[in-house]
Ligand binder design. Structure first.
Ligand code: NAD
Ligand code: WQD
Length: 366
């Protein structure tokens, strides 16, 4: 029997696909809604090749309340939602803010309204370390605990803070409404998962990150340099106050991150905390130069780079203090940076065209 049925918005995207896989591998049923804006349906085949189960899929926009209502009506067994669907390019968010507010905030509200009508009480939300902004502005906040004051420095980050607030108010209101009506109010819960820097791919080499446009994150760009699609990596600044002058981030393997969602679902079911935030990071910071070195090692040769000016809006250090997730969710990262680099390289080498490439024969024949 299924442990539960989870609606996964944005489930064909990078983190959503790995979380859908982890849910299926752990006995959940999965229903995905995604408008395929930044993903491909091929990922459903890959999930099935890996675990032998296929999620239900609906091509629905998360801002389309009627479309969401139909999915909930078709699947009355859904008891929780993991909400990934969003636009996520920091630079672009400052250029087309209305699109970002519409999808990220409007989409989140549409989803909560539809969940309310369907009486689905649990939501796990993809938030981001970016909500903290520059944590070095506050004394003693590196590594960053959940208590660090919020202070996003870009439109994307502000959309995440807004929807965190909307979820918090909504859950509190539903709890109050149920209390007044003498109904079980503890059912309504939300997890705000603040991811640090997700990276890596499936160790099989058949599932990974496949953004539709030009990548802008460090690891996918290093992948492009390794395959020769890019001449070199531009290192954004070597004048930061770090050991080698480059900025520090907390890189977390996407398989570990996916498991964090299952841990959060379990926690909501068991502890019914209302709304609570957790940092999902390793607690270990790495500089850009360290990442170039680690990835070069698995590729087998030095990858070329050029140091240029700092990128606007970048901060010195985003390293998580993951103690709350370690203790409460009983979750911690298990995989190393070396695992992430090796898995990413296997994915990039096997699939230079991402999901447009056929999987290796052994998977098809297996
Ligand atoms: P992704 O782009 O790979 O996945 C997002 C998915 O949402 C895509 O499949 C896309 O097609 C879908 N989508 C976009 N707009 C939609 C809409 N209007 N209706 C329905 N589906 C829509 O991104 P990801 O890296 O997997 O990120 C997932 C979530 O995690 C996002 O909310 C993102 O903001 C958050 N997050 C990501 C990172 C990161 O570095 N990747 C870090 C912190 C937080
Ligand atoms: C990592 C480091 C760059 C590219 C972003 C979002 C954040 C979250 C994760 C969604 C930084 C340096 C990068 C390059 C470089 N996403 N770099 N050359 O900026 O930490 O976080 O993605 O929530 O919100 O802001 O990730 O991978 O872009 O950069 O030197 O070509 O690599 O300066 O220090 P970032 P990133």
């Amino acid at each position: 029997m299924a442990v539960g049925t989870v609606l996964v918005t944005g489930g064909t995207g990078y983190i959503g696909s790995f979380t859908s896989l982890a849910l299926l591998e752990n006995g959940y049923e999965v229903v995905i809604v995604d408008n395929l804006y930044n993903s491909s349906k091929v990922v459903l085949d890959r999930i099935e090749l890996i675990c032998g189960k296929r999620p239900a899929f609906y091509e629905v926009d998360v801002t389309d309340e009627a479309g969401l209502d139909e999915v909930f009506a078709k699947h009355p067994e859904i008891d929780s939602v993991i909400h990934f669907a969003a636009l996520k390019a920091v630079g672009e968010s400052g250029e087309i803010p209305l699109e970002y507010y519409n999808v990220n905030v409007g989409g989140g509200i549409a989803l909560l309204r539809s969940m309310k009508r369907a009486n689905v009480p649990n939501i796990v939300f993809s938030s981001s370390a970016t909500v903290y902004g520059d944590a070095t502005r506050v004394p003693n906040m590196i590594p960053i605990p959940e208590e660090c004051p919020i202070g996003p420095t870009n439109t994307y980050g502000r959309t995440k803070v807004m929807i965190e607030t909307v979820i918090t108010d909504h859950v509190e209101a539903e709890r109050n409404r149920c209390k007044k009506a003498g109904q079980p109010y503890e059912r309504w819960n939300g997890a705000l998962l603040r991811y640090f820097n997700p990276c890596g791919a499936h160790p099989s080499g058949i599932m990974g990150e496949d953004p539709q446009g030009v990548p802008y994150n460090l690891l996918p760009l290093l992948g492009k340099v390794a395959t020769g699609d890019r001449k070199n990596l531009l290192v954004f600044g070597d004048d930061y106050a770090s050991k080698d002058g480059t900025a520090i981030r907390d890189y977390i393997h996407v398989l570990d991150l996916a498991n964090g969602h299952l841990a959060a679902l379990d926690y909501l079911q068991e502890h019914k905390p209302g709304v609570r935030a957790w940092n999902l990071g390793s607690g270990r910071g790495s500089t850009v130069f360290e990442m170039i070195k680690a990835f070069s090692k698995v590729v087998g040769h030095d990858l070329p780079y050029t140091v240029v000016e700092r990128r606007q809006g970048d901060v010195l250090d985003l390293t998580a203090r993951p103690a709350r997730a370690n203790e409460e969710l009983k979750w911690r990262t298990k995989l190393t940076l070396e695992n992430a680099c090796a898995d990413l390289w296997r994915w990039v080498e096997n699939n230079p065209q991402g999901y447009r490439q056929d999987p290796p024969a052994e998977f098809v024949e297996a």
